[in-house]
Design a protein. Structure first.
Length: 300
């Protein structure tokens, strides 16, 4: 038995449905929606932390009456969007809410584990602190994830932070690699006819699905550049590429789509998927054109 905290219920739905007694409590931080049918199974062992602005917060507050035994904490003047850095932006309020809530509930036995990290069955873990176990699942696309809160939480609890390709937003992104989406991508790559020695840039590479496909195709014959603004996704992208033995062929680094630190004519091919709608599309397109302008051909 352990306390759990996550952004929603997707990663815990099986456990909550089949063995809810294993969940000493669940804290959900700024979920986009409340799965009230699943959450009702744990009754008063549920803490919902939500903002007071935006459609997500309104959906959550509309669902709270269906969970009358749950505890709710509202973060004033906050939206808590999918990509918000929740722990960094509202860390004090979140830690206070978790501590206050857990202090009112029966605690599982305390544990003292050595600080460690590793992977089991495709799920990465990192253990820090000692005390009652608190399992921390991914926070959607939050750049910093739980890291800003670990020092405070590890002072009271044995924190076990989970990640990897099977959980959170990374699981959703990786599912693309097993769906019809990749058939479209492979068709595009076939049409591009990338030649050995050409450099390829992907802006908004996420968990690296397309970058790994390119690495398998090119076998080290090309410079592959993956850029994303999200350090969490980049960390997972490196881990997934390393697992497949492809990391040496891919340069993953942080970069803002509208202002990548690349000189004119730096690459031969530029790719971007599901990114233009997230920023200034005209500025991004003009930048990509400059990155490949001097080579006399343009691929997107």
């Amino acid at each position: 038995m352990a306390h759990f905290a996550s952004r929603g219920t997707a990663d815990l739905k099986g456990l909550l449905s089949q063995q809810p007694e294993r969940v000493a409590s669940l804290t959900v931080l700024c979920p986009a929606v409340l799965d009230t049918r699943t959450l009702a199974r744990i009754g008063e062992r549920l803490l919902v932390v939500t903002g007071d602005r935006g459609p997500g917060a309104r959906r959550v507050q509309a669902g709270l009456p269906d969970l009358p035994r749950a505890t709710a904490v509202v973060l004033d003047d906050y939206a808590g969007l999918t990509w918000s850095d929740i722990a960094a932006e509202r860390g004090d309020g979140i830690v206070a809410a978790i501590r206050g809530f857990l202090s009112r509930h029966s605690a599982p036995p305390s544990v003292r584990l050595p600080e460690q990290e590793g992977e089991i069955a495709g799920i990465s873990y990192r253990v820090r602190g000692a005390g009652v176990p608190l399992v921390l699942l991914p926070l959607d696309l939050s750049p910093g994830q739980w890291e800003p809160l670990i020092p405070a939480l590890a002072a009271d609890y044995c924190t076990i932070t989970l990640g990897g390709a099977l959980l959170g937003s990374v699981a959703s992104l990786e599912e693309r690699g097993r769906s019809g989406y990749m058939a479209v991508v492979r068709g595009l790559l076939d049409a591009l006819a990338i030649m050995p020695g050409e450099s390829v840039l992907e802006v908004g590479c996420g968990s690296g699905v397309i970058m790994r496909e390119l690495a398998r195709r090119t076998g080290g014959a090309n410079r592959l550049i993956g850029r994303d603004i999200n350090p969490y996704l980049l960390r997972e992208a490196r881990a997934l590429a390393r697992r497949e033995g492809l990391l040496d062929w891919i340069d993953f680094s942080e970069g803002l789509a509208e202002a990548l630190p690349l000189p004119d004519g730096a690459v031969d091919v530029a790719l971007s998927s599901t990114v233009f709608e997230e920023g200034d599309a005209e500025l991004m397109l003009s930048k990509y054109t400059r990155y490949i302008l001097s080579h006399g051909h343009k691929h997107y």
